[in-house]
Design a protein around this ligand. Sequence first.
Ligand code: GLV
Length: 342
Amino acid sequence: MASYASPAPDRSAQRKFFVTTPIPEPAMTMLRRSGHVDLPSGALSDTDLECACASGRYDVIVAQLNDRFDRDVLDAARIRGISNFAVGYNNIDVEHATANGVMVANTPEVLTDATADIAMLLILATARRAVEADTFMRSGQFDGWKPNLLLGHDITDRTLGLVGFGRIARATARRAVAFGMNVIFCARPSTERPTDTRDLADLAGSVRSVGWDELVTTSDFLSVHVPLNEQTHHLVNAAVLNAMKPSSILINTARGPIVDETALVSALESKAIAAAGLDVYEDEPRMATGLAQLPNTVLLPHIGSATVSVRAEMARLCALNAIAIAAGTIPPHAVNPQAWDL
Ligand code: GLV
């Protein structure tokens, strides 16, 4: 078990943070100025995290999206809150956090554009076979321009179907419209509740709300932008993949388990769909058997928000949230403000 690198002096009056993985500056300095910071001395196991939560030594856990806070951890936890270094918080059972008075906070908005850029990158890279072409070039196979070399597909005038219509989906829509794509969306696939046209804001006239079946069967690119929860787990399953056009391409920059990855490998192998561009995986960091061998995939290692400035801004928000929680105030980006009956 990893031990916690804790100095000897009595700092009981100080706010105490347990940071599961160091996050970019200015966050670590902000946290250290505000209180005492402990880091794990080695790789952090699930048991180590559970012990840190239950120890009573920490006000706030500054967590990563691969740190799991399930019901057992939260029932035993003696912490004020969790500041998650991510916009998504499917690693935390928020219902049980709330029931146990554990405040949860996240880092929304600052990563919207960067993640939409990655969705657009995957759309372009899959359509134009960028990874295949790069491999071809590096392996010395290029022996001159040819009329039929590595032909891909246009994105202009093609239909982009957005699964979800939150901030990142809208930012992707803006980019796609600029590329001349037709954009349709289904805001809440599970309920099919239509979107009020007033809710389209600057995208009114550029995008169209459709039902789930129409989205799946008519999109040339189906791009996933919903949070992972019980309703969206395996939303894109074998039936959905088989209902897509054989020429269509699946893009996922949201969360891996929204797509049944084994069914996706089968769909790509059988050419039920043409290609897939993924930044997230069902069982990260692992990939489903066969996925890495498929040439019609572009596979990124969960880098949607990975720019220097975005990660620094996420870190700043994460520290602000943690400091507020430790001080007993509602953090700027509270997921469950109702956790505290102030
Ligand atoms: C990254 O995936 C995030 O949720 O911030």
